[in-house]
Design a protein around this ligand. Sequence first.
Ligand SMILES: NC(=O)c1ccc[n+]([C@@H]2O[C@H](COP(=O)([O-])OP(=O)(O)OC[C@H]3O[C@@H](n4cnc5c(N)ncnc54)[C@H](OP(=O)(O)O)[C@@H]3O)[C@@H](O)[C@H]2O)c1
Length: 183
Amino acid sequence: MDEHKQRIYSVLYFLKKSRGIGFKNDLLYKSKELPGDMDRFKKLTVGHIVLMGRKNWDSIPPKFRPFADRINVVITRNPELFKNEPDVYAFSNVFRAIAWLTLVFPDKHIAVIGGGEIYKLLFPYCDMIYATEISGDKEADVFVEIPENFFLAEEYEFTEGPTGVKFNFADYVNKGQLKVPVI
Ligand SMILES: NC(=O)c1ccc[n+]([C@@H]2O[C@H](COP(=O)([O-])OP(=O)(O)OC[C@H]3O[C@@H](n4cnc5c(N)ncnc54)[C@H](OP(=O)(O)O)[C@@H]3O)[C@@H](O)[C@H]2O)c1
């Protein structure tokens, strides 16, 4: 893949069985329960653009947001709510956001970082999904579906975290990536 071409990809973890990703507008696990997951997230996002839904933004503890060393972009129908929020770009239209990001930051990749509504909207436009797949069950109220066009290109070995959570990293490639509409 051309290193200088802007890519759009998703990064997330989900429960392998139910595809749950969140509960009560919070994550299902703390990062220390998934050793290596945060390193992978950083590797895929630092120096690039993180694009997220407003509920995901709300769920991030204020001390961690905006994510340092990344361009932070929030999708909301009320972008004016972000006008006093330093270092955050808010857009009401996701395709307009991407068109602007491509124009202004052509060398930065766009990492779609959730939550459920934003993944659903943008998976078809992503070239890859970098997933952390978690074995076992946990109550969730937000779910994702990996679209049929994605195939499992690489599955990494299982790890067990300090609290007994078993998981593996997995890379899905989109063989039918849609072009972002020009608007
Ligand atoms: N497991 C993971 O890797 C992971 C990653 C991220 C988040 N999460 C979890 O996911 C959950 C949040 O996901 P969610 O699906 O509830 O919300 P979300 O996708 O984070 O945000 C939804 C919000 O985005 C805005 N939005 C969505 N579609 C839009 C459109 N077409 N045009 C304009 N704005 C639009 C709206 O904001 P307004 O209401 O402001 O208009 C909407 O309420 C939380 O539990 C979070 O912890 C999990």
